[in-house]
Write a protein that binds this ligand. Structure first.
Ligand code: ADP
Length: 525
């Protein structure tokens, strides 16, 4: 219902009681005035008495009604004049008529103005009532626990203290031990909504004082906030409900601008016990996770170290066995012994480089970039893996699609990635028992900023359900696998601005592509 329709409704209700009485009285008065004016010899401005009719009618009539009644009175006055003085109209009676009409007009105007003022007051009152009702309904129905507290006495007390030149409430409270309790006693609860009663129980909802529920320190903060004229005070406080349950709540007090409104300050409390417990559990879980991931990183590094070292150590064993065989010959083949010994030295150096590299990874010092020729890197890596390739019966083709410029990189890192990819290819073809075992390593320079090394095998390719998890740490389909190889390779390349992708080749088998920047950005390097 709109405000204006409410106004008229209330007017109608009033009319139901006073309307008929005042209406009849006004009609009787008008008739009497007309009668005296027309049929008696009473001299004087009788028609002026129509003003009284208007005053009586104003008690019941609306604005339109007033105008109609005023017009009717004017008609009666003119009609009466015409009947009695129509033909012999003298100046005096004409002036009397004019005065009566003027009085009628002025009275009507004043009454209309009063009526307008009355209507607007009524509408303001209704708006106020409506706003109060709205506030009440929000206060009562909201699910946030709300209190109305009277802080007016406390505010006056604090302002009085401030007027004495005391600005720091803490020092004052220390010097006056009774001050805090006195202040607490000045606050009273005016009302508490349903949510407040549900949260604390009816007794605590009305009985609780902030001094009892918040620490002395926070209470002093609250007093200081009032002295400083702050608008909001917020804090986490612990309170005890009727049933003895301790709750952690977010307390919020908003102080009004108008000092007179301090008798109804709204205080809200939101129960954050569950949320805090959840946050605590989350923090604990995060701490545990951090511990676990630290352990996993150490585990992963050792796994990666073991994985990387396996290859050179295996090669050293094989070469030492070969070397012994050459020595056992009669006469010993010293040239072959030398070749085996040289291979053993080369593999030992690689093992030592791997250990050195892992150590620098752990100490977070980054390795130095050097210009690496990818073609040479591929050749050297294949030579290093000679034994493994032979053992598995794998043939390697090197395809130099386009000349590739040297790229700034850490050679051992690229080599580790390449060894991982070739080892994975060998294992995939081994596991599938592939009859034809071919690995093709392609180097090319697709654009000015990038170079690429692709390792393609003739194995079974990457299974559909593996594709998504391929680079996830600890994902493996091998009985003895760690699942760290591809994840470490990818992060190694990404740390330098490069990337690693894996997919299936349309002609069969899997293809892994290392993309490197020809000019690694400074931040990556
Ligand atoms: P791991 O070798 O210890 O399993 P990786 O991260 O190197 O760990 O590899 C993860 C998984 O990716 C492998 O278990 C395998 O299922 C799949 N994969 C890797 N390389 C190939 C490949 N060339 N062909 C088919 N699947 C592969």
């Amino acid at each position: 219902m709109t405000i204006s329709s409410r106004v008229f409704r209330s007017r109608e209700v009033e009319g139901a009681f006073h309307g008929p009485v005042f209406g009849l009285l006004a009609i009787a008065l008008a008739a009497a005035v007309y009668y005296v004016d027309t049929y008696t010899d009473v001299e004087g401005a009788i028609a002026v008495l129509y003003v009284v009719v208007m005053l009586v009618a104003a008690q019941a009539a609306t604005r339109l009604g007033l105008m109609v009644i005023a017009a009717a009175c004017a008609v009666l006055a003119i009609f009466s004049y015409a009947t009695t003085h129509g033909e012999t109209g003298d100046l005096q009676s004409t002036i009397r008529l004019a005065v009566a009409l003027a009085a009628l007009f002025v009275t009507t105007m004043l009454l209309l103005k009063t009526e307008s003022a009355r209507l607007s007051t009524l509408s303001i009152n209704n708006a106020l009532k409506e706003s109060e009702a709205r506030y009440r309904s929000i206060f009562d129905r909201t699910r946030v626990a709300l209190w109305e507290r009277d802080y007016s006495r406390l505010r006056s007390h604090l302002i009085g203290i401030k007027a004495q030149g005391i600005a720091d409430i803490r020092n004052y409270a220390e010097a006056n031990p009774a001050f805090v309790d006195h202040c607490a006693g000045l606050i009273s609860v005016v009302d508490a909504n349903q949510a407040a009663r549900d949260m604390l129980g009816p007794q605590s909802a009305f009985g609780i004082t902030l001094r009892r529920s918040i620490t002395l320190d926070k209470f002093l903060d609250l007093l200081q906030a009032i002295i400083d004229g702050e608008k909001i005070f917020e804090d986490k406080v612990e309170i005890t409900a009727d049933n003895g349950e301790d709750k952690l709540v977010l307390l919020s007090i908003s102080f009004p601008d108008d000092p007179a409104a301090f008798n109804r300050v709204v205080v809200s409390m939101v129960d954050i016990t569950q949320r805090e417990m959840a946050l605590k559990a989350l923090a604990e879980a995060q701490a545990e996770l951090a511990m676990a991931s630290k352990a996993a990183t150490v585990g992963a590094l050792s796994a990666s170290l073991a994985h990387e070292l396996n290859q050179p150590l295996g090669a050293i064993v094989v070469n030492s066995q070969t070397l012994l065989r050459w020595l056992d010959r009669d006469p010993p083949d010293l040239a072959a012994v030398r070749r085996s010994a040289e291979r053993m030295i080369r593999d030992s150096q690689r093992a030592s480089e791997i250990i050195h590299n892992t150590r620098s990874l752990l100490s977070s010092s980054s390795n130095k970039l050097e210009d690496v020729s990818l073609e040479r890197l591929v050749d050297e890596t294949i030579a290093l893996m000679e034994y493994e390739l032979q053992r598995s019966g794998t043939t390697v083709f090197v395809d130099r699609k386009t000349p590739v410029p040297p790229v700034p990189a850490v050679k051992i890192e690229l080599q580790q990635v390449l060894i991982n990819l070739i080892t994975n290819a060998i294992q995939a073809m081994d596991a599938a028992g592939s009859a034809k075992r071919v690995i093709t390593v392609t180097t090319d320079h697709p654009d000015n900023d990038h170079v690429r090394i692709a390792v393609r095998d003739s194995g079974p390719g990457i299974a559909e359900d593996v594709k998504e998890k391929l680079f996830a740490p600890f994902f493996t389909t091998k009985a003895t696998g760690m699942g760290m190889g591809l994840s470490i390779c990818r992060s190694t390349l990404e740390a330098r601005g490069g990337k690693l992708d894996g997919s299936n080749d349309p002609e069969g088998g899997a293809v892994f592509e290392m993309h490197l920047l020809t000019k690694p950005e400074l931040e990556h390097a």
